[in-house]
Design a protein. Structure first.
Length: 423
């Protein structure tokens, strides 16, 4: 049996691009890969996180052109400037590569029964990849048969190339790196990605009814971004504008899920520029005026797309709320000291939702459902209740999609809230 010494054995169960990328393990840096020139994906470093007392970087790999969603997340780190790890499924470090390894070093990368796949450092060269003076490891592929002890080197692809600065340059026979974004600069071809559209705030809060709130939307990419639609998840009334160079652009809000293709705003945001998003003039619903003043809240969903031949869409959402926005503090189980009708959850819903309410004293409680014309649809509660917190389950499967209102009357307390049923 032929003697071969392997320092590390790594059974990789993830995609083949999980190799050391020292330069890219900085937040905001990214690499783009292509498979047979018709399928691209981006690997982006999104944030740092401490795990078991060690700093890791969260890296998201996704192809928004096809799935519009993240399809794998890894946590990776470099120890010192040479030893590269990835967090495995057991929450432990898995050694991927060590840049101190020299020519001739062999290590395993995969296993299939008694056949172990591995690589040998065939040569180390200095080359201008996407960055100048890059150290590139030329890795020769091989397999090792643990039963016979045989090593085979004529394994396709015969070689892989690994850059110390930007990671894997090719994977297999048809997968290769097309470009990187490092410290805000693109080298080679890197398509724009959703994280390059940035909101100046995470949420908007109006201190009083009629207040004006603002948010900056910045396009930090090298490509034009189109704001297609802004959806509202409620029927509250307020005015919204986009402002650029003192030019006010009125925005109609839409509640379709998903949006009607004819609803496009087609508002252009040039590369490396910002627009101001403004909300003011909240218009209260007359049937539930009191409740909105106390508990006004909504979520706006912005639908963007990149143009210039790189068309794909993505969404970003931002919550907004108003005066007297309800606290997130959980009920401690004690008797309530006031009448309260909570927002139903979920809302919108399909086909069921839950309605919670509280009463401070014994009362005859009536909880009813109405349509937008004021017709009574259902009576959920009609009985005397002792002080306490209550939850009622509502099933709308026999109703049509639309807006409905639920109304409670307990003694002199009357409150109405809105719900949206979306099939």
């Amino acid at each position: 049996m032929k003697a071969i010494i392997f320092v590390s054995f790594i059974a990789l169960t993830t995609i083949p691009l999980l190799y050391p990328q020292t330069q890219l393990l900085r937040i905001g840096n990214a690499a783009q890969y292509s498979y047979e020139s018709n399928y691209e994906w981006i690997v982006l470093t999104t944030k740092s996180i401490e795990i078991n007392g060690k700093e890791y970087f969260e890296r998201k790999s996704y192809s928004p052109w096809y799935t519009q969603s993240v399809w794998i997340t890894t946590w990776e780190r470099i120890e010192g400037d040479s030893t590269y790890f990835i967090l495995n499924t057991n929450g432990q470090d898995s050694l991927i590569f060590n840049f101190n390894w020299q020519i001739g070093k062999k290590y395993f990368t995969s296993t299939d029964g008694n056949i172990f796949g591995g690589q040998r450092i065939d040569s180390i060269i200095i080359a201008n990849t996407f960055l100048i003076d890059d150290t590139v490891y030329v890795l020769k592929n091989f397999t090792y048969n643990t039963t016979t002890g045989d090593t085979t080197f004529n394994v396709l692809p015969e070689y892989n190339h690994l850059s110390k600065k930007i990671g894997k340059l090719n994977g297999g026979m048809w997968s290769y790196a097309t470009g990187v974004k490092v410290n805000g600069t693109r080298y080679g071809e890197v398509y724009p990605f959703p994280e390059e559209v940035v909101f100046s705030v995470d949420s908007l809060y109006s201190e009083f009814i009629g207040d004006t709130v603002n948010c900056l939307i910045s396009n930090n990419s090298d490509y034009t971004v189109v704001l297609d639609t802004i959806h509202t998840s409620s029927y509250y009334g307020y005015l919204t504008f986009l402002i650029k160079n003192n030019d006010y652009f009125y925005i109609p809000l839409y509640v379709q899920f998903p949006r009607d293709p004819g609803d496009s705003l087609n508002y252009i945001i040039p590369p490396h520029s910002s627009i101001q998003f403004q909300i003011f003039g909240i218009d209260l619903c007359p049937i539930c005026d009191y409740e909105i003043q106390q508990y006004f809240q909504d979520t706006l969903r912005f639908a963007f797309s990149f143009s210039e031949g790189l068309v794909y869409s993505f969404d970003k959402a931002i919550p907004i709320s108003g005066e007297g926005h309800m606290s997130d503090v959980k009920d401690d189980g004690s008797s309530p000291n006031e009448f309260v009708l909570e927002n139903c959850f979920p809302n919108p819903f399909n086909p069921t939702t839950n309605i919670s309410y509280s009463i401070p004293g014994k009362s005859l409680v009536q909880l009813k459902i109405f349509d937008v014309l004021g017709n009574e649809i259902a009576t959920l509660v009609n009985e005397d209740k002792t002080p306490g917190n209550y939850n009622v389950h509502f099933d709308a499967s026999n109703l049509t999609s639309g807006v409905y209102f639920y109304r409670i009357q307990a003694g002199d307390f009357v409150a109405t809230k809105k719900m949206i049923y979306l099939k």
